[in-house]
Design a protein. Structure first.
Length: 229
């Protein structure tokens, strides 16, 4: 399955979003500590929403039955992935550069956050559902996973792994904050505005790279150099 590589790239792309990276790191800065129950509630909520959305998408694909299976084996499907890849590439290449935030500025959801588990669940729901309206990378990834010729349980597991990759960078940075304690927070506080800006720029770069890869892979399939996914 050569399409595994773009799926991983799309998961990394999703890991750089406002909800999966910037808001949880801003929460850590706001708390001046890593409040494990609250942060866990937030990340589990975000990953859970994406996972359930992914299952819904896959079940939708499964509901199409053999018609979709036949589609993935036809000459049309590489053109579909070609269009998706082109859309990602255009988004990454031609989107305007994000506006740089003011020094010390935190994302609004994080700035007013408390540390209670219910509030973290609410913030996680708000962040993930807001971003769901523009989740082109996630939709593209679910389409690719749905086309794989593997058992349904394996597809469900793939969605779960995708969601874990999405929150892995935040888990790694939170672990560093736990290990290094108060020495870590001043540095994190200084880089949050820059991180938000760089995350958006990096998102555009990854979108462009993944999109170009998908286009190249689709063109190779159309030309007959690669088998259909």
């Amino acid at each position: 399955m050569g399409s595994v590589i773009p799926v991983i790239g799309l998961a990394l792309l999703d890991s750089l979003s406002l909800g999966t990276l910037v808001i949880p790191l801003a929460l850590i800065v706001h708390w001046r500590s890593v409040r494990v129950p609250a942060l866990t509630a937030y990340l589990v909520t975000v990953a859970g929403v994406y996972f359930l959305l992914g299952l819904g998408i896959l079940l939708g694909f499964a509901g199409l039955g053999t018609a979709l299976e036949r589609l993935t084996q036809t000459d049309v499907f590489p053109w579909i992935t070609l269009i998706l890849g082109a859309a990602l590439a255009i988004f990454g290449i031609f989107s305007p550069d994000p506006k740089k935030p003011e020094p010390g500025q935190l994302p609004k959801r994080a700035a007013g956050a408390t540390n209670s588990v219910p509030s973290m669940v609410a913030i996680g729901l708000g962040a993930s559902l807001t971003e769901a309206a523009t989740m082109l990378p996630y939709l593209a990834a679910m389409g690719i996973i749905g086309s794989w010729d593997i058992p349904t349980a394996a597809k469900v597991g793939s969605v779960g792994i995708y969601c874990l990759i999405m929150i892995a960078p935040t888990i790694i940075l939170a672990t560093l904050a736990l290990v290094f304690g108060q020495r870590f927070f001043p540095k994190l506080e200084r880089i949050i505005p820059r991180l938000e800006y760089e995350a958006k720029v990096t998102l555009l770069w990854i979108a462009a790279i993944v999109g170009i890869y998908m286009v190249a892979n689709s063109v190779a399939t159309i030309r007959g150099d690669l088998p259909a996914s």
